[in-house]
Design a protein around this ligand. Structure first.
Ligand code: NAP
Length: 283
């Protein structure tokens, strides 16, 4: 099979290329310079010979999207549609990566895959529009929602926390936002397992199992970095306001994976224990 990973220069995209390569399948990674997803003709040309296309490209600057929503929409919605249409024309399978930010964050139980979307931020609106567009353009598409990603290839929460804890010796981290810290390598692995299993079209949640607050996660990060977890102090979202609202509850359910016979990603703390050295070292 010939795979094409779009957004291959990103934190998740790089791990996707590596994971597909490990299967022995042919894989081509396209970064933004090789394919700008906002160009529909370039998308059609680039994906013409693909068997599977994975879209990991996105406008991911959540706060900037509040003041640049049209530009974020061009990538996250119109760009995703361009890729889905081109993959459909090529007869290729299509995997699209989406986010927990499509939900309102007000729940207290894990969001099922078919829970109504109600984004609270510009980024979330553009990603929700992308999901709709992808389903319309490619009825066979697999939409993979992930959240709280960390990886060795990019700036991410654990690497920032470890650096700040070492530099400053103490830091405040919000304890009232709960989610599922998720390793990019686990999402890449899940994407490959879903495609290989021939999963039916639909929405799947690609997050770790269990749940934690950013504060709890930060303490694990600091411990893994060889520092005293006591340097992390709990704070609230009210004391740490940012331009885009953050969901208070970002816990996603995994029933669709189980129905497809595909094992969800393991518990967040166990996966972090496996990932920590590689992620903190970076690449
Ligand atoms: N990070 C998270 O915590 C998180 C959480 C939930 C969901 N997600 C989703 O996971 C996916 C991967 O995110 P990530 O964390 O790997 O983000 P990332 O590191 O920012 O990677 C996104 C990539 O998309 C590229 N890109 C931006 N605009 C493009 C365009 N017009 N054409 C082609 N490529 C373009 C970026 O290139 P440049 O670097 O050149 O701009 C970047 O390499 C995205 O769909 C994101 O919405 C991420």
């Amino acid at each position: 099979m010939r795979w094409i990973v779009v957004g291959a220069g990103g934190m998740l995209g790089g791990d996707l290329v590596e994971r597909v390569r490990s299967t022995g399948d042919e894989v081509r990674g396209l970064d933004r310079a090789a394919l700008d997803v906002t160009d529909p003709d370039a998308a059609r040309a680039a994906l013409a010979d693909a068997d599977v296309v994975v879209n990991a490209a996105a406008w991911t600057a959540v706060d900037d999207a509040e003041t640049h929503e049209a530009a974020a929409f061009a990538v996250n919605a119109a760009g995703a549609a361009n890729l889905a249409r081109a993959a459909s024309a090529a007869g290729a399978a299509f995997v699209h990566v989406s986010t927990d930010y499509v939900f309102d964050g007000d729940a207290s139980e894990p969001y099922p895959e078919d829970a109504p979307v109600a984004p609270r931020s510009a980024y979330g609106r553009t990603k929700a529009a992308g999901e709709w567009a992808v389903r319309a353009e490619h009825p066979g598409a697999l939409v993979l929602r992930t959240a709280w990603l960390y990886g060795a290839r990019g700036a991410c929460f654990p690497r920032t926390i470890a650096r700040v804890a070492a530099e400053r010796g103490g830091l405040d981290v919000v304890d009232d936002q709960v989610g599922q810290p998720t390793w990019t390598r686990d999402v890449a692995d899940l994407a490959v397992r879903l495609v290989t299993a021939g999963a039916v079209a639909g929405t799947y949640h690609a997050t770790s199992s269990g749940a934690a607050s950013w504060y709890e996660f930060a303490r694990r990060v600091v411990a893994a970095a060889g520092l005293d977890p006591q340097v992390v102090r709990p704070t609230t979202s009210e004391a740490f306001v940012r331009p885009a609202p953050r969901p208070a509850w970002s816990v996603l359910g995994h029933d669709a994976l189980r129905r497809a016979g595909v094992e969800p990603i393991g518990a967040w703390d166990q996966r972090w224990a496996v990932a920590a050295d590689e992620v903190l070292a970076g690449r």
